[in-house]
Write a protein that binds this ligand. Structure first.
Ligand code: AMP
Ligand code: MG
Length: 359
């Protein structure tokens, strides 16, 4: 069983030594908890893939301590800056200066020193400088960049507390550093940079399209996304109970549009025999329970993701509340959509669409 360790200097050093000797450790970041390994150690990387049951085609993100520019990344043996055209170099430097340390992952040409295993055989490597102080200290003490995918079994909901890491992987790892609940609660934004310097968004996150547009031009990825970012599976971040994304806020649902979804999932089953966990973006949970019982005859447990509807609060609580409902005696999880897909709404809706059952 894993030990959950307070982030004291002694415990951080103990975990850094474990990483240096090829072990893997559960670590806090500001996005979600990670499973960290020395990015240059093939056998540690193997452990990461095995422990997560992660498909070998899904590349890892290398985490660095507050690198200031591309030169620093080249010195660490991570990138080959000579392969970046000048316009792309300029954009990369701008992104690093503006958003690091923080929840932005940048895909860059890989240095020959990086094992193919870390990048799933791609000629590029994804890199991020996290902001969480415990993760920063761990990287410094380990004296190597850390490959750290989310600390969950592949396809599951990412953990946002040390206890959730323990539930996911506690049987297979020795140590989890407890850095408290993750401040952001969603995985990092992932971008790549085209030869003309334009930024392509591969995965939305807390650094939004609008944030990036303030300093760089963006281009859409479209159908090439699959090739550019092989790990972005349509079916991901999923709880074990079927999760259905509602067509509107609970109090605006009508009988027709809400029953269709549930009927498809539970054909022939009377709604009175179903119990649903319901996540509201915000609002009155008692009213929602009464409304759903009156409208559909459904028994529900309703929870809200935020008090005011602030999307930062929604993001922070989302995975924790999905995990919580998933562990209750319910048959399905219903989630309200965000009002808007601008800003952080883009990343939240992206995760909900991937978490929902496929029809
Ligand atoms: P995770 O660490 O589990 O949040 O997943 C990292 C994600 O980053 C992967 O699933 C990919 O979508 C993306 N990624 C990592 N490396 C690359 C790369 N070299 N090129 C494009 N996307 C990448
Ligand atoms: Mg993940």
């Amino acid at each position: 069983m894993a030990k959950i360790l307070e982030p004291t200097p002694e415990n951080i050093i103990e975990c850094a030594k474990a990483i240096q000797s090829g072990d893997i450790v559960g670590v806090p970041t500001e996005t979600v908890y990670g499973l960290a390994a020395n990015v240059f150690n093939n056998s540690a990387l193997t452990k990461v893939y095995q422990t997560k049951d992660r498909p070998a085609f899904n590349p890892l993100i290398a985490h660095v301590y507050d690198a200031k520019d591309l030169v620093a990344l080249e010195k660490l043996g991570l990138i080959d800056a000579s392969k970046l055209p000048p316009a792309a170099k300029t954009t990369a430097e701008k992104l690093i200066t503006k958003f690091w340390p923080g929840p932005l992952t940048i895909v860059l040409p890989k240095n020959a020193k990086v094992p193919d295993f870390a990048t799933a055989g791609l000629s590029t490597i994804a890199i991020r400088a996290p902001k969480h102080p415990v993760m920063q200290q761990l990287i410094q003490k380990a004296e190597t960049p850390l490959a750290a995918p989310s600390a969950n079994r592949s396809g599951h909901v990412s953990p946002t507390t040390a206890q959730a890491v323990d539930e996911e992987l506690g049987k297979s790892i020795n140590n989890i550093l407890d850095g408290g609940p993750c401040e952001i609660g969603l995985e990092s934004t992932v971008v790549t940079i085209a030869d003309d310097g334009k930024v392509q968004l591969l995965r939305p996150g807390a650094i939004t399209r609008e944030n990036i547009q303030e300093i760089a031009d963006m281009t859409s990825v479209g159908d090439s996304q699959k090739i550019l970012s092989p790990g972005l599976l349509a079916n991901h971040y999923a709880p074990s109970k079927p999760l259905l994304l509602l067509p509107s806020a609970v109090l605006s649902l009508n009988f027709t549009n809400s029953t269709e979804l549930i009927r498809k999932q539970f054909p022939g089953k009377p709604f009175q025999q179903l119990k649903a966990g319901v996540l509201l973006m915000s609002g009155d949970t008692d009213m929602a329970e009464i409304y759903l019982s009156g409208l559909l005859g459904l028994n529900t447990i309703c929870r809200k993701l935020s008090v005011t509807g602030d999307l930062r609060e929604v993001a922070k609580n989302l995975f924790k509340e999905i995990r919580n409902l998933d562990s209750q005696k319910i048959d399905l999880i219903l989630v309200e959509p965000c009002n808007s897909e601008a800003g952080l709404g883009h990343a939240i809706m992206d995760r909900l669409r991937r978490a929902q059952v496929k029809h």
